[in-house]
Design a protein around this ligand. Structure first.
Ligand SMILES: [Zn+2]
Length: 267
């Protein structure tokens, strides 16, 4: 099954979003197309999908000047070596990649083989929360703390009403809950509902609008309760599948069981 491309047009900036197939965890890479250059936001899990994104970017015939990795999880990080542009992350994400990137890459490579990188590419530049003007487009780099992971970057384009929130939101896809930050995650979702951005670009599944925030909150509410009620990993997984039978990203649901139920040993 191939990946899916969605293009969101804008007056000065288009966003081309690639959603990987199920074996790539439905993870998104977004190509921000400015008048004179391209940025890529997140780099895929499998190398073959990273190459597809790089190929598509090359066909746009504009220089690729930046690659961002929003947070250190393998599905956003491990394809970074396939992009020929400097890699930018938040300082805390750079520290995480330095500390844990090698382990993350070797664990995933072990599972999948040649289509997953054996080492994690290290960032070239650190970026703080900041405002910048790129080819006349106002770009806001924002810090997202305590949601799906401790530190993540989001990118807003105020004049276009767009925000790339990555794993703050999964669209109809099972969510990585391994870091268990339910309360602060919900607070971030509520805060984002009040922001003026109508178009929301998630980390997994198709881009959408502000209703994605509410759907995410529902998923978090249900899964937090399911976690309290479940005595085993299988019990938890079944409750989630019963409630969200049509959601994608089954591999993420499986991937996190060892974080949620560490006492069950090898998975
Ligand atoms: Zn992710």
């Amino acid at each position: 099954m191939p990946g899916i491309w969605n293009v969101a047009a804008g007056s000065r900036l288009a966003i081309h979003s690639f959603t990987a197939p199920e074996d790539g965890w439905l993870v998104n890479s977004h190509i921000m197309e400015f008048p004179g250059q391209l940025f890529v936001v997140d780099t895929q899990y499998r190398l073959s999908y990273a190459r597809e994104v790089a190929r598509y970017a090359a066909e746009l015939k504009k220089p690729l000047t930046r690659v961002y990795v929003t947070h250190y999880h393998p599905d956003h990080l491990l394809g970074a070596g396939e992009f020929n542009a400097p890699l930018f992350t938040l300082p805390n994400v750079a520290r995480k990649i330095a500390a844990a990137g090698g382990r993350v890459a070797s664990e995933e490579h072990e599972k999948i083989g040649a289509d997953v990188a054996v080492i994690a590419r290290q960032p070239d530049h650190q970026i703080e929360a900041s405002d910048e003007t790129i080819d006349g487009v106002h770009v806001e780099h924002r810090l997202l703390r305590g949601a799906e992971t401790e530190d993540a970057l989001t990118i807003a384009i105020p004049d276009e009403g767009k925000i790339i929130v990555q794993d703050l939101v999964y669209n109809r896809a099972h969510v990585f809950l391994g870091e268990r930050r339910f309360d602060t995650w919900r607070a971030s979702l509520q805060a984002h509902r009040d922001l003026p951005y109508r178009e929301v670009f998630p980390g997994h599944g198709k881009p959408g609008d502000k209703t994605l925030y509410e759907e995410m909150e529902d998923y978090l509410d249900y899964s937090e309760e399911a976690l309290h009620k479940s005595t085993t990993a299988n019990d938890f997984k079944q409750r989630i599948l019963d409630r969200f039978p049509n959601y994608g990203c089954g591999l993420v649901l499986d991937h996190q069981l060892r974080f949620l139920f560490p006492h069950e040993g090898s998975r």
